[in-house]
Design a binder for this molecule. Structure first.
Ligand code: NAD
Length: 368
């Protein structure tokens, strides 16, 4: 039987990471790659992420059993139009990686209708502010949601075939309607990016007349604004391809800010307290507390001093327990101490570890 051929167009962070993930479970698959600029093309070839490369999108398309478009949204749509005019393998699966889905799915339905191809929109929900094949990571999608947005071009069996091909990503596959995908991501991803950049812009302007703004910005501010370092081109196209849902979230948020302002003006202590308490309760109940997708809340918090080997000393004492994640929360630091957060697989190890640290160190230990 002929080797299965997967064609990845766009060997950037996402495309090259997908290539690595496919190779991990399916080294027998031949991966063909397209990239516009030579740098990522060369890196992908040299590091064995792909078997062959081209700088001409059309060249490999007719050879492929699966075509993955991992380029910016506008270019994804342009490539869908080009694919519609090519002689492709019958029943080829065409899919993408774009961060918004409605426009891409609509374009596919427009260009590929009545063609002997299959299409399924997809959004692998992981990323980084880094770009290019240089930043590729085989573990990028581990435990991340890999969202498929089926439409009438998604024939039965298409998604199962893609899940099998992508098994090496160790992602969590899920199917969602494209419009619902865009609404939900407007709330948890697109709108927060607008907020982060607005905060940075506001702080930047304020620091012109208040120079200590720069020095005092610490953990909380850093956490709130980390995503403001994202690549501007990608976020511009996300905002422009999901305007309705995002504008609706902005309006909703303005009302919330107005309410807080009114409560402050009125000195309404109770309302302000409720506002913070509600935020805290909702955050605690969300999946973000399941760090790295680990379905557990078995967290210990240890107040460690900023001393050589302090963290290593804690971990050494906990050798043999089921640690699945560690994190250092500097935002809680007043001055010298940082909070070391360790997540275990089960309560037994959590309690055992708390006992060990309390008995063997003078560090404060909290269980959530
Ligand atoms: P990247 O900048 O690392 O790579 C983009 C790729 O597209 C590169 O190979 C680049 O050469 C190519 N490209 C850019 N403009 C092009 C054009 N006009 N013609 C041909 N090729 C062009 O970006 P990425 O993070 O890999 O993003 C790729 C896709 O994945 C985008 O649609 C993005 O919305 C989506 N996505 C990104 C993330 C993330 O956080 N980075 C997460 C999920 C999905």
């Amino acid at each position: 039987m002929e080797k299965k051929r997967v064609y990845i167009a766009g060997l950037g962070l996402i495309g090259a990471s997908l290539a690595l993930g496919i190779k991990r479970d399916h080294p027998e698959v031949e991966i063909l790659g397209y990239n516009r600029s030579p740098e990522s093309r060369q890196i992908a070839l040299e590091r064995g992420m792909v078997d062959r490369v081209t700088d001409d999108f059309v060249t490999f398309a007719p050879l492929a059993d699966v075509i993955i478009l991992a380029v910016p949204i506008k270019q994804t749509i342009a490539f869908l139009e080009m694919l519609a005019g090519l002689e492709l393998k019958e029943d080829v699966i065409i899919t993408d990686a774009g961060s918004t889905k409605s426009e891409i799915v609509a374009a596919a339905e427009n260009y590929l209708q009545n063609k002997p191809v299959r299409f399924v929109g997809a959004h692998p929900m992981a990323g980084s502010h880094k770009t290019g094949a240089r930043a590729a990571d085989v573990n990028l999608f581990e435990n991340a949601y890999y969202i498929f947005t089926p439409s009438n071009l998604t024939k039965v069996g298409t998604i199962a075939e893609m899940e099998e091909l992508l098994s090496g990503l160790h992602a969590r596959f899920i199917q969602v309607d494209a419009a619902e995908h865009d609404r939900v991501t407007s709330q948890i991803s697109h709108f927060p990016h607008i907020l982060a950049s607005s905060l940075m812009e506001q702080a930047g302007a304020y620091s012109q007349n208040h120079e200590l703004t720069q020095s005092f910005a610490a953990g909380g501010f850093r956490d709130m604004t980390r995503i403001a370092e994202s690549e501007p081109g990608m976020w511009t196209s996300i905002l422009l391809t999901n305007p309705e849902a995002i504008l609706e979230r902005i309006e909703d948020f303005k009302e919330r800010l107005d309410q807080v302002a009114a409560d402050i003006e009125a000195g309404n202590e109770d309302a302000i307290w409720q506002f913070f308490d509600q935020g805290r309760q909702i955050r605690k109940s969300m999946e973000i507390h399941k760090r790295a997708g680990v379905d557990s809340f078995y967290d210990i918090f240890i107040n460690v001093p900023d001393e050589e080997d302090a963290i290593l000393g804690v971990l050494e004492r906990l050798r043999g327990t089921s640690i699945v994640n560690i994190r250092i929360n500097e935002e809680n630091r007043e001055d010298i101490n940082g909070i070391l957060q360790i997540t275990f697989k089960n309560r037994e190890d959590l309690e055992k570890s708390a006992k060990i640290i309390r008995e063997q160190t003078n560090y404060q230990v909290f269980l959530d």
